[in-house]
Design a protein around this ligand. Structure first.
Ligand code: SAM
Ligand code: SF4
Length: 341
């Protein structure tokens, strides 16, 4: 059985972007109320009293947009300072990174994933549903700032959507050649905006809203050749479910996250804690989820909460396999920004 030692912590469900693939129209109307968010102290308490004693040592801060959370730098500092923290990372859209990159680094964050779906400002704005002044440049500045500050690895997450940004796959892959940037191509999942997913599928010849990683690998391989890197020996820590390759001679790597074309449930090493304190054992399945915040606020002893999480850990493989064995990737009412992608 896989060791489950990795917790993805959503700091907030709000976002300053409205990515089409992540949020359906109007998703912001259901944002969690401020009072319902886990507080700084509650997050730390849960880590120290519940998760770390159960063997969790690797944490990723996400959202929504984690940099919108007031006090995010202090929280990074406090989690990084826990002696048991072996790895602390963040996934962000990068828009606020130019001014925060140095503070985050100084607070102890070392690994960062920045979402960048397009190099073309117009396409980028269309994807994030921005109708005002383009947000591409500031996001790009955020990436540059993170690079200059020294985040390593610096990964760029790209959700590939047919007819939207698939024509940029080679340009995005080329970012890894001269810089130590690691691009991660992610298959579009039927989560968040089902309307877009279905529309996209209907538009394509194969009736699929996602492009299999194997195909993207072929495109890139035909252009430059690709060599496989062995994750264990890779310089890039925390490869997670990505299969990692490299353009010969490139400084960075290219990874493929193929949750639609391949099932990696049996490799699953993670749980997700939502911004309002729900612990979910599976991204695609709400079975078994526990409301830790209400427990904490009702004064349930942390030893009891730990026991509940421990029980959930015991049935997690069953929950994951239920998903796998259903033969579907499901479709879900919640968005990635609500679950904590
Ligand atoms: N706001 C931050 C960001 O965009 O990086 C962090 C949260 S976001 C929900 C985390 C990741 O989930 C992003 O890389 C995003 O591209 C990905 N994501 C969101 N919806 C998705 C979907 N339907 N399919 C695949 N990936 C998705
Ligand atoms: Fe916001 Fe990230 Fe979702 Fe885009 S993917 S809407 S940036 S949470």
């Amino acid at each position: 059985m896989n060791k489950v030692d990795y917790l993805r912590i959503s700091l907030i469900d709000r976002c300053n972007f409205r990515c089409q693939y992540c949020m359906p129209e109007g998703a912001e109307l259901e944002y969690i109320w401020q009072q319902q968010l886990l507080t700084h102290a509650e997050i730390l308490n849960l880590l120290k009293e519940v998760f770390i004693p159960l063997g969790f040592t690797r944490f990723r801060l996400t959202g929504g947009e984690p940099l919108l959370r007031p006090g995010v730098v202090d929280l990074v500092g406090d989690i990084a300072a826990l002696p048991e923290t072996e790895d602390l990372a963040m996934t962000t859209n990068g828009f606020l990174l130019a001014s925060l990159a140095q503070d985050l680094y100084d607070a102890g964050l070392r690994r960062i994933n920045i979402s960048l779906d397009s190099l073309d400002p117009e396409t980028f704005d269309k994807i994030i549903r921005n109708r005002g002044r383009s947000r591409w440049e500031r996001t790009w500045e955020g990436i540059q700032a993170a690079y200059q500050v020294g985040f390593d690895p610096l990964k760029l997450n790209v959700v590939v959507i047919p007819g939207v940004n698939d024509s940029e796959v080679l340009d995005l892959a080329a970012l890894t050649i001269d810089r130590q940037w690691h691009v991660r191509f992610i298959e579009f999942m039927p989560i968040g905006n089902m309307q877009l997913f279905d529309d996209c599928a209907a538009r394509t010849q194969r009736g699929r809203a996602w492009i299999p990683s194997s195909e993207l690998r072929e495109w890139i391989g035909d252009r430059w050749g690709l060599i496989s890197t062995v994750p264990e020996k890779s310089e890039v820590r925390g490869n997670g479910p990505a299969d990692v390759f490299q353009i010969p001679g490139a400084k960075g790597t290219i990874g493929f996250i193929s949750q639609m074309s391949e099932c990696f449930c049996d490799r699953c090493n993670r749980m997700r804690l939502s911004a309002d304190g729900w612990l979910r054992p599976c991204l695609l399945n709400e079975t078994g989820q526990i409301d830790l915040k209400t427990g904490l606020r009702q004064g349930v002893d942390t030893a009891e909460l730990r026991e509940r999480v421990s029980q959930l850990l015991r049935i997690k493989p069953e929950i994951n396999y239920k998903q796998r064995d259903s033969g579907t990737t499901g479709s879900y009412g919640r968005t990635m920004s609500q679950i904590g992608g």
